[in-house]
Design a binder for this molecule. Structure first.
Ligand SMILES: CCCCCCCCCCC[C@H](O)CC(=O)SCCNC(=O)CCNC(=O)[C@H](O)C(C)(C)COP(=O)(O)OP(=O)(O)OC[C@H]1O[C@@H](n2cnc3c(N)ncnc32)[C@H](O)[C@@H]1OP(=O)(O)O
Ligand SMILES: NC(=O)c1ccc[n+]([C@@H]2O[C@H](COP(=O)([O-])OP(=O)(O)OC[C@H]3O[C@@H](n4cnc5c(N)ncnc54)[C@H](O)[C@@H]3O)[C@@H](O)[C@H]2O)c1
Length: 721
């Protein structure tokens, strides 16, 4: 059934016109809604039987803002005329400057353009716990319906810049204290209270306030300039590669110096420029790509319902097991943590406690909630209590025989409906389940470290895993605030496999004579939070050495064998874990590049002997980015070709959430498409002629480059799922 979209107006006997937005699920401001609002406000302003107006949203949500699909259309077509001219015609002229008072009745959420409409009203009445914010900067644009001007005038400049630059929303309770919300009322009274407020303004019992004309919360020009100076510093720190933060501050400043109306006009100009930026394209892509991960063909569209998962057993209380336990406990799921002996069990429980304490000390969790979470944890040393768990997540060391024997045992001790998940990062799931008769309920639950903080959950589906089990794990993932991405079974799955050339390429460049600290710095300037060497230190070089042969076995034709990791380990540099790797790690200070490591690098260079003519290769920063990330793109192509992910956008989300690839570049495939498959192919081809198989372009990349296709365009039908 087509969903009902539109704007309605009902005029009551009291002379109040209630204008209601209906566009499920979040009442986004799509073109027909904006047209409907213009029409109804014009009508209400003209009708003699209308004394006052109430604006509200249907189904308990005021509005989730401007329709982000329109941004995507603008990105596809480059056609700016798809953007409506709203900020003056509707928001200033028809609403704010109306002679009839308008009151916003806000419930659920008022975000972006939704909050901007509410701020153009002459008062705001809200239900408790409504979410209020201007998150436009997360989409690469700025507020475009006057929000840059009205929010500072309603809550003060410091609070407004904080909310806008950090895209922080607040609840209506806080909004009430700040003056953004004029009255808080129970949801059942929202409409009647708003009607009354509107009539009170009309009859002069309450003030007729136009937000854009207010100056009482702005302070003096020098105070404003001091706040904006701090904002500029904040923007430099949090968004060094993005244009919208600085642009937004300029627009706010325009309004402070030349008045709100001038600010509104500048806002529209700047909005037009930003909406076409690569940053906006990347961030809007990520917005939709993240939501698309919830749609898994033959799983979420076949009428299945997720089964309740109330109790989970975790086997192994090490780094990953304790992190996974923390994530489950924080979402009120009971956890049995199994270890091999009391000492390791206590260590595991202490890690969970430390994770939770860390959240409390950073103000992310109340003491009460921390206590409640820990009360749901029970440590065990055997399988006696496994009979009534709904799911087991195995997180023991990466050892095939051990995992196989555990799964064989689980089949006996757990109920037949229990989901059997493994957190393995490299072992084939079919191999793990080889000795069982439960292959349909064996699934990969690949969390990323630290598991209680990282949001990606790769759900690895073997050819036998049932749709019901995938759906159940997706539901658990969402319940514990992860973003589940369903991927196919292969060594490294989607993320680790795609990024295995990341460290390898860095090692190759270093062996070619490029300074390793420069490589890290170039890559962090590109936008990844950690360069390949610092990332290696964080993961631990022992792990790097252990997984190398596993990758070599299947992807050996495209491996660069660097002796550097082994040499590091030989000299006692395990990485962050023992305070020394490529960097030195001291408590309380940032990692410091260790010059002593350079002699180890020299030794490695002698062994590989790949420097041209024995002299360091000279490379530009651009070449560094290309030589490190194009091999990653190349592997992403193979992942797409083999159908390891359902759609290219899933790999974008997985790269953003699993590897912290910059979201404003849209994820690894989106970025590659922006750079151009043909250019990437030609660069790799040239590099492979000099340096061999590591850079050899994949069949998929070559094909797309030759056909002038994007990498994200219609994938091969040879899906593994
Ligand atoms: C000529 C040029 C002149 C230029 C002048 C300027 C003109 C235009 C100015 C625009 C002005 C405005 O300032 C810009 C905006 O308002 S941008 C939008 C700001 N709003 C947001 O960023 C909110 C985004 N949404 C969310 O954060 C969440 O979706 C949520 C609203 C908190 C709800 O969360 P949840 O309940 O978890 O549900 P989902 O996230 O899963 O969403 C459900 C579905 O709804 C879709 N959705 C959500 N928001 C929007 C939206 N704003 N537009 C379109 N669609 C939206 C979402 O995609 C989900 O869809 P599916 O179910 O299909 O996946
Ligand atoms: N470390 C990471 O960054 C990371 C990321 C994703 C996935 N993984 C995977 O997660 C798994 C665990 O890795 P980790 O880093 O937490 O290892 P870890 O060494 O920190 O922890 C493993 C724990 O398992 C326990 N254990 C071993 N046999 C057991 C048994 N029979 N019963 C109960 N407990 C047992 C050990 O005592 C140890 O405490 C591995 O499969 C690994 O590949 C690791």
């Amino acid at each position: 059934m087509a969903k009902k979209i539109g704007v309605t107006m009902e005029v009551g006997n009291d002379g109040v016109a209630v204008i209601t937005i209906t566009n499920p699920p979040v009442n986004s401001l799509a073109s027909p809604i904006i047209a409907g609002l213009k029409e109804k406000f014009q009508d209400a302003n003209q009708r003699n039987d209308v004394k006052a107006i109430v604006l509200t949203g249907n189904n308990g949500r005021f509005s989730g803002g401007f329709d982000i699909n329109v941004f995507q259309q603008v990105h596809k077509t480059g056609d700016l005329s798809l953007m409506p001219e709203v900020s003056v015609e509707l928001v200033c002229n028809l609403m704010e400057d109306s002679r009839k008072p308008v009151v916003a009745a806000v419930e659920g959420l008022a975000l972006g353009g939704g909050l901007e409409l509410a701020m153009a009203c002459h008062a705001r009445v809200a239900a408790p716990k409504a979410q209020l914010g201007l998150p436009e900067l997360t989409l690469g644009v700025i507020p475009g319906f006057g929000g840059t001007q009205r929010l500072p005038r309603l809550v003060g400049l410091a609070k407004a810049t904080d909310m806008i630059l950090l895209s922080k929303s607040i609840l209506s309770e806080e909004g009430h204290k700040l003056g953004l919300v004029d009255a808080l009322v129970p949801p059942g009274d929202l409409l009647s209270a708003s009607r009354k407020w509107a009539l009170d303004i009309a009859d002069g019992r309450k003030p007729f306030l136009r937000s854009l004309h207010r100056t009482d919360k702005i302070g003096s020009l020098s105070e404003a300039r001091a706040i904006l100076k701090n904002s500029r510093q904040l923007a430099k720190k949090i968004a060094p590669n993005m244009p919208q933060h600085h642009a937004c501050i300029e627009v706010i400043e325009e309004g402070i110096v030349h008045g709100g109306y001038s600010g509104v006009l500048k806002e529209a100009e700047v909005f037009k420029q930003l909406v076409l930026s690569d940053t906006a394209k990347g961030l809007v892509h990520v917005f939709f790509a993240q939501r698309a991960t919830s749609k898994v063909p033959n799983v979420t569209d076949v009428g299945l319902k997720p089964r309740p998962i109330k109790k989970v057993a975790i086997i192994g209380g090490g780094l990953m097991g304790s992190g996974i336990a923390t994530a489950l406990l924080l979402s009120n799921i009971r956890v049995l943590l199994k270890e091999i002996n009391t000492e390791y069990l206590m260590k595991g429980i202490k890690s969970v406690e430390a994770n939770i304490k860390g959240l409390v000390s950073r103000g992310k969790l109340t003491q009460d909630k921390a206590g409640k979470a820990l009360s749901l944890l029970k440590g065990v040393l055997d399988y006696t209590e496994f009979k009534d768990v709904d799911m087991v997540i195995e997180a023991v060391i990466e050892n095939i025989q051990l995992k196989q024997s555990i799964f064989k045992e689980l089949e006996k001790v757990c109920s037949p409906h229990c989901i059997l998940a493994s957190n393995t990062s490299t072992i084939d799931l079919d191999v793990i389940g080889e000795k069982t008769n439960s292959k349909d309920r064996i699934v990969g639950a690949h969390f990323f470290s630290p598991a209680h903080l990282m949001t990606l959950l790769e759900i690895v589906r073997s050819k036998n895993t049932s749709a019901q089990v995938i759906l159940d794990l997706m539901a658990v993932g969402k319940a514990i605030k992860k973003v589940p991405v369903v991927v196919g079974n292969c060594i490294g799955f989607a993320v680790n496999r795609t990024f295995f050339p990341y460290a390898q390429a860095a090692h190759m460049l270093t062996n070619l004579g490029v300074d390793l600290f420069r490589i890290d710095s170039v890559i962090t300037s590109f936008g990844l939070p950690l360069g390949p060497f610092q990332l290696g230190d964080l993961a631990g070089h022992g792990i790097g050495l252990a997984v190398g042969p596993i990758y070599a076995k299947v992807y050996g034709d495209r491996m660069f064998n660097s002796p550097l990791t082994e040499l590091l380990l030989k000299s006692g540099r395990n990485g962050k874990i023992n305070g020394r790797g490529f960097y030195i790690y001291e408590k309380g200070s940032k990692p410091k590049p260790d010059p002593q490591v350079l002699s180890i690098v020299e030794e490695s260079r002698k062994l590989t002997n790949i420097m041209p003519g024995g002299k360091p290769r000279s490379v530009s920063d651009k070449e560094i980015v290309e030589m490190i990330l194009f091999p990653v793109v190349n592997e992403a192509c193979r992942v797409l070709d083999e159908g390891v992910v359902i759609r290219a956008a899933d790999l974008d989300i997985a790269s953003v959430l699993g590897m912290s690839f910059p979201s404003y570049r849209g994820g690894i495939v989106f970025w590659a498409d922006m750079v151009g498959p043909k250019y990437i192919y030609e660069r790799l081809k040239r590099l492979s002629e000099t340096y061999g198989g590591f850079f050899k372009p994949s069949r998929y990349l070559e094909e797309r480059a030759m056909k002038g296709m994007l990498l994200s365009e219609s994938q091969s039908s040879r899906s593994r799922m």
